[in-house]
Design a protein around this ligand. Structure first.
Ligand SMILES: Cc1cc2nc3c(=O)[nH]c(=O)nc-3n(C[C@H](O)[C@H](O)[C@H](O)COP(=O)(O)OP(=O)(O)OC[C@H]3O[C@@H](n4cnc5c(N)ncnc54)[C@H](O)[C@@H]3O)c2cc1C
Length: 365
């Protein structure tokens, strides 16, 4: 293996793996690193990996999810068609209040639906196999596992990783752990969650979503089917922790969708979603707050400074904060990131880290 690369991507979840896939169009000199033993061992391994429309009145986040969902469905079908199940999802309102909300959202639905006996069936919703997707996308990428990046130093236009590897460009796709970069405004919060995999004698024809998601079943043998059920949400809980209470909660919610017979829980998987304070992802270059504030100290008093004058870490980029929809968002966002890095295309303001920097600087007053 080389020790010097044009691009080193740190973090081999769906954000890192889709970034590697897009970069591969432009470069053969890419190294993908993870501290765990394989791809998709963080949040990406825990994900039910359902791809489903966001319902609601128009807003910027819904637009982002809609554009990303269209992109990711095509992306997975094109590159990893064996690992996407385009069986559709039926969304069931929780109660009559929720049903009224669903009805009020109808004029704003971005995807076609049909009404079936249970609820609203969206044929463009799907589910992917998270591990297989990440594995397949990075087949031809150099990878380094069980390797924790502890230090990043920049010398003579080169990033030096743990005094061992060299990179012209660094891309941080490290999920909820942002220890590598000491920037007060990059406040990513972990939202821990669990999903379970069950065996059941009930055959489920497509995905369902009500208070949890239940996947279509895969046939194991004559009377046994496998389904995935996700997910719980907790703040302030340790990464990867799994517990029986969550399993019971998920089974109860799943049984409220359809009766599952002869259930045997075969896997409980936990992970931490990385969520930004405004729930929008973070994408692009990273501002060096110390240098910027040293140069423009009056920013702390509320004076505006043009973003083009902010000091930034050279050749270092980030894709993070994809929250509970990483499998929907990452293919589209990583394409945007790679276009930005390679072709200099402009990143949408709503995704740049600049918004968090400006917001936090105001609080320093
Ligand atoms: C229970 C659960 C269910 C979910 N269900 C869905 C769903 O149905 N649909 C959907 O779209 N999304 C879902 N999500 C969200 C989705 O899993 C995440 O948005 C997505 O996986 C985030 O991907 P990532 O690559 O950004 O982060 P991660 O997958 O967490 O990857 C980050 C990687 O960086 C590595 N890393 C960190 N620091 C270092 C370091 N210093 N050195 C080396 N490696 C490092 C970590 O080991 C990790 O592997 C779910 C999440 C959970 C927890």
């Amino acid at each position: 293996m080389n020790t010097s690369y044009d691009y080193v991507i740190i973090g081999a979840g769906v954000s890192g793996c889709t970034t590697a896939k897009h970069l591969k169009t432009y470069s053969d000199s890419i190294l993908l690193i993870d501290k765990l033993e394989d791809v998709a061992m963080g949040a990406s391994g825990a994900a039910g990996a359902f791809l489903s429309p966001l319902l609601g009145k128009p807003n910027a986040f819904k637009d982002l999810v809609t554009t990303s969902l269209r992109y990711s469905n095509n992306f997975y079908t094109k590159h990893t068609k064996d690992f996407i199940d385009t069986c559709g999802t039926t969304r069931i309102p929780k109660d009559s209040e929720d049903d009224n909300k669903f009805k009020s959202y109808i004029p704003f639905n971005d995807f076609d639906y049909t009404l079936d006996k249970d609820g609203y069936h969206f044929k463009d919703a799907s589910v992917v196999s998270s591990y297989d997707i990440c594995k397949h996308l990075t087949n031809d990428i150099d990878k380094l596992f069980n390797y924790e990046v502890k230090t990043l130093e920049y010398e003579d236009d080169i990033w030096i990783i743990n005094s061992q590897y060299k990179a012209k460009n660094i891309i941080l796709t490290t999920g909820y752990s942002l220890d590598l970069i000491d920037e007060f405004y990059l406040n990513i919060r972990p939202v821990w969650g669990q999903r379970i995999v069950i065996q059941t004698s009930t055959c489920i024809p497509y995905n369902y979503h009500k208070e949890c998601s239940v996947s279509r079943t895969i046939k194991k043998d004559e009377n046994t089917y496998i389904a995935s059920i996700g997910a719980t949400h907790h703040r302030f809980v340790e990464e990867k922790e799994t517990n029986k209470t969550d399993t019971e909660t998920l089974l109860k919610k799943a049984n409220d969708i359809l009766e599952l017979k002869d259930v045997n829980v075969i896997q409980e998987i936990g992970g931490a979603r990385a969520s930004s304070v405004d729930y929008f992802p973070l994408l692009g270059s990273i501002i060096n707050s110390k240098k910027t504030l040293d140069e423009f100290p009056y920013m702390k008093n509320g004076t505006n400074v043009l973003a083009s004058r902010f000091s930034r870490y050279k050749n270092m980029f980030i894709l993070n904060g994809v929250g509970g929809r990483g499998f929907v968002l990452a293919p589209y966002l990583s394409k945007m990131l790679v276009d930005h890095i390679v072709n200099g295309t402009v990143v949408d303001e709503s995704l740049k880290v600049d918004r968090l920097f400006k917001r936090e600087v105001k609080r320093l007053k």
